[in-house]
Design a protein around this ligand. Sequence first.
Ligand SMILES: NC(=O)CC[C@H](N)C(=O)O
Length: 227
Amino acid sequence: MKFAVIVFPGSNCDRDMYHAVKEVLGEEADLLWYENSNLENYDAILIPGGFSYGDYLRCGAVAATSDVMKQVREHAERGKPVLGVCNGFQILTESGLLPGAFMRNQNVSFMCHQEELVVENNETVFTSGYEKGEIVRFPIAHGEGNYFCDEEALQQLKANNQIVFTYKNNPNGSVSDIAGIMNKEGNVLGLMPHPERAMEAILGSDDGMKLFKSLVENWRKTYVTNA
Ligand SMILES: NC(=O)CC[C@H](N)C(=O)O
């Protein structure tokens, strides 16, 4: 399986994402500078965290207007998987690929520590390797992780099982403890905590491994015969 890791000016989790899929998972991966990149030959798109365009205007707002996001949209419309983590999640909401928006953390501080998450939906290409209700530990590292959507959008998310991960102890004020949501079609996932930084037990947790493995296994089942 071939992954594209998109790099924007100010991305800073791109190498971690690349390391996770290329070196820990052992799949094919390329770091792609956001300009002049062609996503055609990639099976999955990863939008890493960071401070794209210095978080000016709103986190992810400027990156969302870049040409490469048109390709990401086309890729998503073809049903291929897209994963946005942290700033990547913010870019996905700003570009309208996922509903909702982000505000400053309730305590207005940048927070960087491990959090426990609950797997709310394990019937997705990203989470089929987890048990429903399983508790996983991923690090968070954000200043604007306070997810917000209006009541109508929240009811839609709940009705369609689009809430994939919640925080066990909500650190940032996110509505309904939301840590990760997907689109209705189930192929675009935004996640505020960092699964790519939870790939090796020696670094504190390897609970992120199942997320990337699920993605690869489901892709093989769909696209590779005799997998
Ligand atoms: N690690 C990240 O991606 C951080 C995202 C964004 N810059 C924030 O502080 O909320």
